[in-house]
Design a protein around this ligand. Sequence first.
Ligand SMILES: [Zn+2]
Length: 133
Amino acid sequence: MILELKISSNDMELIQMELESNKPYEACGVLIGNINGNIANVEKVLPVRNVKRTTRSFELDPEQFYSAWNDAEKYGKEILGVYHSHPSSCAIPSTWDRETMENAPSVWLIAGADGMRAYVWEDGVKPVKLTGY
Ligand SMILES: [Zn+2]
C-alpha cells in the first residue's frame, strides 16, 4: 500500500494552474512516475481532458488516458494515480469520488480550494502523506 506521495513544487504548480484555468469545472489528469516500497514518486503530471466537464465530477478522456498509459509503459514508468480538482470545495473525496476510488485502487491526489491532499483506497479511504520538494 502506498503511504507517501512525493511531488515536486513545479508539478504542484502545474496542478494548481490547471485548477485555476478549468474553473468552475473540475480539472483532471494522471500522475506518472515510479513506486519504491511504500513511496510513490511523481516524475510527470499529465493533464487530461475532463470529458464530463462538470463542477462535481470528472472522467478522463479515454483516448488521452490510453496514450498516457502507452507513454508510461514505453519509458518504463507507472501510472501512479490520478489527480483532480475541487475548485470550490475542500480536498476531501466526495461520495462520487469514494465510489470511484473503490474500483480504481491507485493514488488519488485532490487539489481543493484549501490545498492538496492524497488518498488511496484500502478497505476505505486512507490518507497518503503528501511530500512536496
Ligand atoms: Zn472529487
